[in-house]
Design a protein around this ligand. Structure first.
Ligand code: ZN
Length: 225
């Protein structure tokens, strides 16, 4: 996902603003709202701030969404130059059996599947993190460190209480991170701002725009005219 960061020097806030443009057979109002709410609430949870030119700015996040038909999304994506716009196909399943974002960290396209319990599972928020340029952490063992960050992947080693099954040994079947216990951490939000540059009007572009669309099962959709 790409996004726009908007810096307000008066009230010392910086807002990450993105719009999710959903299409596909499972693009419903109810699901779209649940996803947008999950992402917004999880990114607000750490009440993060960042240092810009040696002043602290409170980080806010704004997630809008729109549901569009396949006929509508094609011209929208082809013409898109807006870093707020992210094109996400929602389907029941895809050929890699997991939700994914497009081409490299920071891309503005994805194919997400409802079997990942979107809006209730932290998956959408994790994928949004990739879209903001965040990678999986180098650390794979978070024992003794509490909840790992939102970018911790499946298979991460954690304290027993954060495992799928608290009763099994770390690393055994069921002995890895239950993704419900991932939390957006302040250090992850700070990482989003690491390399971004604000223009004179206080805007900074995050990520990049491939504007690629996907087929129902998650292959690149070829659009011919
Ligand atoms: Zn990931």
């Amino acid at each position: 996902m790409a996004a726009l960061a908007i810096r307000n020097e008066q009230n010392k806030t910086v807002t990450i603003s993105a719009k999710l443009i959903f299409y596909g057979n499972h693009a419903t109002e109810e699901l779209a709202q649940a996803i947008a709410n999950e992402i917004r609430d999880m990114y607000h949870e750490p009440k993060a701030s960042v240092s810009l030119d040696e002043e602290r700015y409170e980080v806010r996040i704004r997630i809008d969404y729109e549901l569009v038909s396949l006929a509508e999304v094609v011209p929208l994506s082809i013409e898109n130059t807006n870093f707020r716009y992210n094109f996400i196909r929602l389907e029941a399943q895809n050929h890699v059996t997991r939700s994914f974002m497009g081409f490299g960290l920071g891309d503005n396209v994805g194919h997400w599947i409802t079997t990942d319990n979107l809006g209730k599972s932290t998956t959408a928020t994790h994928e949004f993190g990739h879209a903001l340029g965040l990678d999986h952490p180098a650390r794979i063992d978070f024992r003794g460190l509490g909840n790992p960050g939102i970018m911790a992947p499946r298979g991460t080693i954690v304290d027993a209480s954060l495992q799928w099954n608290p009763l099994v040994a770390a690393g055994e079947y069921g002995g890895t991170l239950n993704p419900l216990h991932r939390r957006v951490q302040a250090y992850e939000i700070e990482a989003i701002f690491k390399d971004i540059v604000f223009d004179d009007n206080g805007y900074a572009e995050i990520g990049h725009l491939s504007n690629v669309l996907f087929s129902e099962n998650g292959n690149v959709l070829n659009v011919f005219f």
